[in-house]
Design a protein around this ligand. Structure first.
Ligand code: ADP
Ligand code: ASP
Ligand code: MG
Length: 404
C-alpha cells in the first residue's frame, strides 16, 4: 500500500463539477490500493477576490487579518472536496493547515514552515479516510493563522510529502507538465519529461508560476521527487528530481517570463559611500525581496539607483524609501510596473559560452530594448518593456530551437 500526496490547484477545483472530478480521481487512487492525501488550493480567482475585497475596506490591510481572510479560500475547498467524496460513498475528512500539524513562523502573508507534526493525518489515513488538507496555510506556535505566500499550496503538498514520507507526490494543475516556456505565451513550447531541481527552481523563481519557487527549494532540500501533471487528462507529466539524463548537454532548459515585476528608481542620488547600504537596508528591514539592481554611472556627483521588486511590493518599497530619499538628499523615488523580466535557464550554460550574446542579438533583431541585465551560472535575465514580453519570449524560444 503506497502513500500518495496529490495537490490540486485553483483551476482544477474551480467549480463544483471540477471538484467532483477531483473527488473521482482521488477516490480512484485510493481504490487502487493506496492511502491518499489531497492538498487543495482555493477555487480559482478566490484568493485574488479576497485580496481585492480587503483593499476595498483598507488600502493597506493588516497582515495578520489578511491571513485570517485568505485562509478561508482553501478552507472552503477542503470541505467541498470532502463532501464530494462522501457523495461518492468514500470516507473522507478535511483538515486545515493547523489541524494537519503545519507550524510556521509569524511572518504573516509569507510565513515559513518551522515543522510539521502530521499525527492526525496518519490517524485518519489509518482509519480508511481520504484526508483533504488546506494548502497555503499554517499556524504559529501561539495559534495565529498564517499563509505561505502566493502559490503556497505547492509548498504544503511537498512539505506534507516530506513529513509523512510519501511514496509519491503529484502536483495536478491545468497544464500537462512543465514546458520549455509558458505554453499560453509560446504555443510551440515542448513538455519536458524531466527537469532537475536547480533548473525548476530557477524557472519558478524567474516567474514560471507552474510551481512556487519555495516549494521547489523545499523539495530539493528534503529530496522529494514529484511529478507535475494535468488534472484534466491522464497524460504522463514532468518528473522533478536531482539529476536528469545528459543534464550538461542541454544548454537551455527553458524560457521564463515574469510580468509581475516593478522597477523602483531613486533619482539624483549623491554618489557617496554608504548610500546604497542605507537604501537596501531600509528595503530589507521592510521584508521586501529585491531582484535586479542597477546603479548608473554618476554624472556631476549624482547617480540613479534602480532595482526591481515584485509588483505587489512596489507601493510599500516607494513608501519606506520616502524618508530615506530626504535623508540622503536624493531627488525622488518612483516606480513603474510597465516592465517584464525575461530569462533563459539551463545548467548546461555553465559550459557553453555565447548564450548571452545570442540572446541579446535575438532581442536586437526583434527591436526589443534591454533595460537591465542580470546573470548567474545557470541563467540570464533581462528587464524589458512589458509590451515586448510575449514576442521576445517567442523569439528567444525559436532562436534556441526549444520547440524542436
Ligand atoms: P495551479 O492553480 O494549478 O497552481 P498555476 O496557475 O499556479 O496552477 O500554474 C499553472 C500555469 O503555469 C499554467 O496554466 C501556465 O500558464 C503557467 N506556466 C508558466 N510557465 C510554465 C511552464 N514553463 N510550463 C508549464 N506551465 C507554465
Ligand atoms: N490560493 C493561493 C494563491 O492563489 C495558494 C495557491 O493557490 O497555491 O496564491
Ligand atoms: Mg500555482
Amino acid at each position: 500500500m503506497a502513500l500518495i500526496i496529490q495537490k490540486y490547484g485553483g483551476t482544477s477545483v474551480g467549480n463544483p463539477e471540477r471538484i467532483k472530478n477531483v473527488a473521482r480521481r482521488v477516490l480512484a487512487t485510493q481504490q487502487a490500493g493506496n492511502k491518499v492525501v489531497a492538498v487543495v488550493s482555493a477555487m480559482s480567482g478566490v484568493t485574488d477576490s479576497l485580496i481585492k475585497l480587503a483593499k476595498e475596506v483598507h488600502p493597506e490591510p493588516n497582515e495578520r487579518e489578511m491571513d485570517v481572510l485568505l485562509a478561508t479560500g482553501e478552507q472552503t475547498t477542503i470541505a467541498l472536496l470532502a463532501m464530494a467524496l462522501h457523495g461518492l460513498g468514500a470516507k473522507a475528512v478535511s483538515l486545515t493547515g493547523a489541524q494537519a500539524g503545519i507550524v510556521t513562523d509569524g511572518l504573516h502573508t509569507k510565513a515559513k514552515i518551522a515543522n510539521i507534526t502530521p499525527k492526525r493525518v496518519h490517524e485518519f489515513l489509518n482509519n480508511g479516510n481520504i484526508v483533504t488538507i488546506a494548502g497555503f496555510q499554517g499556524e504559529t506556535p501561539d495559534g495565529q493563522i498564517t499563509t505561505l505566500g502566493r502559490g503556497g499550496s505547492d509548498l504544503t503538498a511537498i512539505a506534507i510529502a516530506a513529513a509523512v514520507k510519501a511514496d509519491l507526490c503529484q502536483i495536478y494543475t491545468d497544464v500537462d507538465g512543465v514546458y520549455t516556456s509558458d505554453p499560453r505565451i509560446v504555443p510551440n513550447a515542448k513538455k519536458l519529461l524531466e527537469i532537475s531541481y536547480d533548473e525548476m527552481l530557477e524557472l519558478a523563481a524567474l516567474g514560471s508560476k507552474v510551481m512556487q519557487a519555495r516549494s521547489v527549494e523545499f523539495a530539493k532540500k528534503f529530496g522529494v521527487v514529484f511529478e507535475v501533471r494535468s488534472s484534466f487528462n491522464d497524460n504522463p507529466g514532468t518528473i522533478v528530481k536531482e539529476e536528469t539524463a545528459k543534464m550538461e548537454d542541454v544548454v537551455i532548459r527553458g524560457v521564463a517570463v515574469d510580468k509581475n515585476q516593478a522597477k523602483v528608481t531613486i533619482a539624483g542620488v549623491p554618489d557617496k559611500p554608504g548610500i546604497a547600504a542605507k537604501v537596501f537596508k531600509t528595503i530589507a528591514d521592510a521584508n521586501i525581496n529585491i531582484d535586479v539592481i542597477v546603479q548608473n554611472v554618476s554624472e556631476k556627483g549624482f547617480t540613479d539607483i534602480s532595482f526591481t521588486v515584485s509588483s505587489v511590493e512596489a507601493g510599500k518599497a516607494t513608501k519606506v524609501l520616502q524618508p530615506v530619499v530626504k535623508e540622503i538628499g536624493a531627488r525622488e523615488v518612483t516606480s513603474t510596473a510597465d516592465i517584464a523580466k525575461l530569462s533563459m535557464v539551463g545548467i548546461g550554460m555553465r559550459s557553453h559560452p555565447g548564450v548571452a550574446a545570442k540572446m541579446f542579438e535575438t532581442l536586437a533583431a526583434n527591436r526589443v530594448n534591454i533595460d537591465m541585465i542580470s546573470t548567474s551560472e545557470i541563467k540570464i535575465s533581462v528587464i524589458i518593456a512589458l509590451k515586448d514580453a510575449d514576442k521576445a519570449a517567442r523569439a528567444i524560444h525559436d532562436a534556441f530551437e526549444l520547440g524542436k
